[in-house]
Design a protein around this ligand. Structure first.
Ligand code: NDP
Length: 798
């Protein structure tokens, strides 16, 4: 064809990326790879290998070591040996290593991009222009954090040895999201890449060597799910960071329940892409191309549910179909390809099955006329319209190039539909009205909201989910905190069984003298639910005894029904979540004022259990602690990030929702308020189980709350033996987080019972917290657990 003819036909010619460097690299390794352990290549102990395949043609690329428990053990040992040296390095030295990694990623960017495309099937345009530049950006950004670590996190220490398990859809990018913050904060790493896509991680192992990182700081063990499971189970791993499906995330939560392993979960999504009638529809369509057809839709935050305002639905569908007809599908190494190959046959079959089910549910399926390559695994871009919100294709993550379209009439309906999912990873909102966009963004249950844009990521902006999309963030300051712990918390001693641990230990004479003076208690304490005193459903009660064994009184024994009522009351107390921060601060100050007025009588009663000195200290410090959180209520602000695009990202600290709190036994008043007040300050509602040692504190607390304008239901108190009803609270689907500050067994129970809706769990790991030391027992660490960060991205410019 002559050039003149080409101008007329505008046909694409082949534009294959040069894969020579990648094939030379494979050849150099003899198409066979070992594990990377302790700074060098190690043959798998069991001698087993598996094949990794190019999904664009179904041909084998290489054999890769199958990691066994013995291989994982060797890697964890190497990471443990390296840990003390790596942690002790001056921040500047660690910063230099991270900087070197960033530079080397850039130097080897062609090799890395081609390897990811060959191993994963994603278009080279994406791996070259999006994935690899973001990988380099991640290491640069975290080189900066390494430099600033001591100044910005002076009281914090690294978790230790971190096990990291990643998915196949962004092989190198997920590796960077995991490894960069872990190294910057002084942890050492054992990473298991996905079975389908190990190659770029193995190429990165060579970059580690080239950067001269000390042996064992990063170890890479390849393998399948069983290798991941061995890493999760390993007793010498201090933290698991996981990216993958919600199902496996749940299994990991259960498997780590009886250990002290920290856990962060980046899981699946079914993200809404909401289009209002005033949106710029042409930009919206381009957004959709990125939102659902990039990486063949195999993106955790894919905008897979299109919610269109009814008035523009027909026009928008027509524009989408026009644009879909121009998408080019084919060999992913071709630079002019929009849609590459699906990762594997099993995933292709899954996509087909789900689309068939969607059609059976009543959806209309539209696909452009495209010729799919004869070999490899390909699926055409697909639009399902008239989808019912309850249909499987509106609810389940398809992880393929399939868009499910629905309509709405009002912004309120859009929000309801958008939140009608168990997930909460991301959302995209399209409207030219900033008021509408912000109003909707604030109401969406999602960790990231893109306004008039989609699928933007940056190392400075945290990424992660709400609800069953997991917990923890990657990127930004909050991402670093996933790899750090306050030293005092990490090193706190184990809580002795049923003993007070206050520094102001009760003395026996105090108890004796107070018991002599204490009048018998004849008040009836009740449960506190929805702002009202309530009798327990069971009609039973629990005995409360003084330190010297005297019977002090009876507290109601809450039942499952009472817990459920309390959860319902907490959910209804929406007015608290919506109150301004100033209002919340006012109410908290009022609580402090009312507690202060009743300090003597409360201390006198409390003294019977904890002694006079501790009781006096608890009351005094409780007033101060409430002041602290009243002060924080209107100051725990978020941040505005400046990612390197024409965008700003507003990082908002949002309340988690309803939190179940098992209060510490050892400080009945101060422990209760140390946990409940930070939760309230940022807008959560609470179901609290007070100290088993002195549940009668409930009577004093509800009198304070009742006289302080706290809306009914914001705090609910159910007195009960924690071990009896922890399960009910931890399993309740309307509870968003559980804080358990009891013994080690309760901590394990809270974690293992919370897998249903994957609620966030925070425990003391059975450790003794010094509630009497304000430097330790109050402040940001508590507020950070009471909030989750939502990043709202806005583009600017014309
Ligand atoms: P999987 O959950 O199947 O696998 C993720 C990783 O876990 C893989 O390395 C896998 O190994 C390993 N694994 C499998 N079983 C176990 C186990 N029992 N214990 C420990 N590790 C195990 O997810 P996919 O790889 O299929 O990835 C797709 C999912 O990842 C989607 O749901 C997607 O939404 C989510 N994702 C979330 C992101 C986020 O940031 N929120 C980002 C990217 C993806 P193997 O590969 O051998 O199976």
């Amino acid at each position: 064809m002559s050039i003149a003819e080409k101008f007329v036909s505008m046909e694409y010619g082949p534009a294959a990326e040069d894969s020579k460097e990648a094939t030379t690299w494979l050849e150099r390794h003899g198409y066979r790879f070992q594990h990377f352990i302790g700074g060098g290549w190690q043959v798998p102990v069991a001698g087993e290998y598996f094949d990794t395949v190019d999904p664009s043609n179904a041909e084998k690329l290489a054999s890769v070591a199958q990691g066994s428990a013995a291989d994982v053990d060797a890697a964890v040992k190497a990471a443990r040996t390296a840990f003390s040296g790596w942690q002790a390095l001056p921040p500047h030295v660690r910063a230099r290593y991270l900087y070197a990694l960033a530079r080397l990623v850039q130097n080897h960017s062609q090799l890395l991009a081609v390897l990811d495309t060959m191993d994963n099937g994603k278009p080279i345009r994406e791996s070259r222009d999006i994935d690899v530049p973001l990988v380099a950006r991640h290491f640069y950004h975290h080189a900066g954090w390494a430099q600033l670590l001591d100044q910005e996190f002076p009281e914090y220490v690294p978790c230790g040895v971190v096990g990291q398990i990643i998915s196949w859809n962004f092989p190198l990018l997920m590796l960077a999201w995991k490894i960069a913050p872990a190294l910057a904060t002084g942890n050492t790493v054992v990473l298991k890449p996905a079975e389908f896509t190990p190659l770029s991680a193995l190429a990165f192992a060579e970059i580690i060597q080239e950067a001269g990182l000390p042996a064992g700081v990063v170890n890479i063990v390849t393998g399948d799910g069983s290798t991941g499971a061995a890493l999760v189970k390993h007793p010498d791993v201090d933290k698991i960071a996981f990216t993958g499906s919600t199902e496996v995330g749940r299994a990991i939560r259960a498997a780590t329940a009886t250990s002290h392993k920290r856990l962060s979960l980046e899981l699946g999504g079914k993200s809404p892409f909401i289009v209002f009638e005033d949106a710029d529809l042409d930009s919206t369509v381009e957004g959709l191309v990125d939102g659902i057809w990039s990486n063949q839709g195999q993106v955790c935050c894919a905008g897979s549910r299109l919610l269109m305002q009814e008035s523009i639905a027909e026009t928008l569908i027509a524009k989408i179909q026009d644009r879909m007809s121009t998408l080019r599908i084919g060999a992913p190494l071709d630079k002019a390809i929009d849609i590459g190959a699906i990762i594997a046959k099993v995933q292709l079959d899954r996509i087909r099955k789900l689309v068939d089910q969607g059609v059976a549910d009543g959806a209309t399926c539209w696909q452009p006329q495209v010729t799919l390559p004869a070999r490899g695994f390909y699926y055409p871009p697909t639009l399902l319209s008239n989808v019912h919100p309850a249909s499987i294709v509106a609810q389940q993550e398809i992880f393929g190039p399939v868009l499910a379209a629905m309509t709405f009439r009002t912004p309120a309906e859009a929000v309801e539909l958008a939140n009608n999912t168990v997930y909460g990873l991301s959302a995209s909102v399209w409207s030219e009205s900033i008021n509408v966009a912000l109003q909707v963004a604030a109401q969406l249950k999602a960790g990231v909201v893109w306004v008039n844009c989609t699928n933007l990521f940056d190392a400075s902006c945290g990424f992660g989910g709400y609800r069953e999309s997991g917990y923890g963030r990657e990127g930004g300051r909050e991402g670093l905190l996933e790899y750090l712990e306050p030293a005092w918390f990490k090193n706190a001693p184990a809580l002795p069984a049923h003993k007070t641990v206050a520094p102001l230990e009760a003395e026996s004479e105090d108890s004796a003298s107070s018991s002599a003076d204490t009048p018998p208690i004849d008040r009836t304490v009740k449960l506190y639910i929805g702002g009202k005193q309530a009798r327990p459903d069971s009609g039973c009660s629990m005995e409360v005894r003084a330190a010297d064994g005297r019977l002090l009184g009876e507290a109601p024994l809450g039942s499952r029904k009472d817990i459920r009522n309390a959860v319902e009351a907490a959910r209804k107390a929406a007015s608290w979540a919506k109150a301004t921060a100033h209002n919340r601060a006012q109410v908290l100050y009022y609580c402090a004022e009312n507690l202060s007025q009743r300090r003597d009588e409360i201390a006198q009663r409390l003294a019977a259990v904890v002694g006079e000195k501790q009781a006096a200290a608890e009351v005094t410090l409780s007033v101060e602690r409430i002041f602290t959180y009243a002060a924080w209520a209107d100051k725990f602000d978020g941040a505005v990030h400046n990612p390197p695009f024409r965008n700003i990202a507003i990082a908002m600290n949002e309340a988690i929702g309803t939190i179940g709190v098992i209060c510490p036994r050892e400080a009945p008043l101060l422990g209760f308020l140390s946990l409940v007040m930070p939760a309230l300050a940022v807008g959560n509602t609470v179901i609290a189980v007070p100290s088993e040692a002195y549940p009668l504190i409930t009577g004093d607390l509800y009198q304070v709350f009742d006289t302080s304008d706290l809306p009914g239901g914001a705090v609910n108190i159910v007195t009960v033996y924690a071990s009896q009803l922890l399960k009910t609270l931890a399993e309740h689907d309307d509870v968003d987080a559980i804080w358990c500050f009891g013994d080690e067994a309760s901590a394990a129970m809270a974690k293992s019972m919370s897998t249903g809706n994957l609620k966030q769990v925070w425990t003391n790991e059975g450790r003794a917290i010094d509630w009497f030391n304000p430097k330790l027992a109050e402040g940001r660490w508590f507020l950070e657990h009471a909030t989750q960060v939502k990043n709202i991205w806005f583009p600017y410019g014309e």
